[in-house]
Design a protein around this ligand. Structure first.
Ligand SMILES: [Zn+2]
Length: 252
């Protein structure tokens, strides 16, 4: 199942727009007890999940009461560093395990390689004349190797905590999901982009997918299992979603 999406839900056909001051609010009626307001990256879209019976006016008032908070969240998204399309040239900023590095591209007849130098540089040795695609491919091969190397230990650490056995763990470049799984087959896919994110974020995505082996839906049981396995999962999720966005503009 496709599940761990970044926090921007797809547009629900049963939702409608409610204009509150200068903000267009997407309202979705659900069988829930309490109203929930969310502000989502990258543009700061505002979504409200409202109980079926709550009047439109009550929804409006609830949004008005939270306007200050909504504006604050939106300002935070606007100020968030957003990576532009990468050229893979010297001087560019690239991320690895949550840290930022300056790319240093060195043309060399030796074997192509990537390494962290002085905890500040991401040094790439490329054949003379290597084009953008070749430089990108080299860097992503390195990301994949680094991520792959961390997975067995991470799996071994979390399997007994979640109480599942992962049969197969695959890394994939995905445009819209951080992770997904096939619970029946015990298979988990992780997004290669996670190589760039803080280790806690990687663990969070892995644990989220593992918990799906017990519970398919994102329901109360799922969240209770998450709370037990990883009490701080919400802060890891937020960190993941506030980490610099790639130019790909995550859809969730
Ligand atoms: Zn999920």
């Amino acid at each position: 199942m496709n599940c761990l999406q970044s926090p921007r839900p797809s547009v629900n056909t049963e939702s409608h727009l409610l204009q509150v001051a200068d903000i267009a609010v997407e309202v979705t009626r659900k069988r829930i007890k309490h109203l929930h307001i969310g502000v989502y990256p990258p543009e700061g879209r505002v979504r409200v999940s409202a109980p079926m019976r709550l009047s439109e006016e009550a929804v409006r008032l609830a949004v008005v009461a939270k306007l200050g908070w909504i504006r604050q969240r939106r300002a935070r998204f606007a100020a968030q560093p957003r990576q532009s399309a990468r050229e893979f040239v010297t001087g560019e900023t690239h991320y690895f395990e949550g840290h930022r590095y300056r790319l240093d591209v060195i043309e060399s007849a030796k074997r192509p390689s990537v390494r962290i130098r002085n905890r500040a540089f991401l040094e790439m040795r490329v054949p003379p004349g290597a084009d953008r695609a070749a430089r990108e491919a080299l860097l992503y091969r390195w990301y994949r190797r680094e991520l792959q190397a961390r997975l067995p230990a991470l799996c071994a650490e979390w399997e007994p905590i979640v109480g599942v056995k992962v049969q197969e763990l695959r890394i994939k470049r995905m445009k819209t999901l951080w992770g997904s799984c096939n619970a029946k087959a015990g298979r988990i896919w992780l997004n290669l982009e996670l190589a760039k994110k803080p280790p806690a974020c990687l663990a969070f995505v892995l644990v989220h997918e593992m918990v799906h082996f017990h519970e398919r839906l994102h329901n109360a049981r799922f969240h209770a299992l998450m709370d037990t396995a990883m009490p701080k999962w919400r802060s890891h999720r937020d960190e993941l979603n506030f980490a610099p966005l790639t130019h790909e503009n995550w859809k969730y």
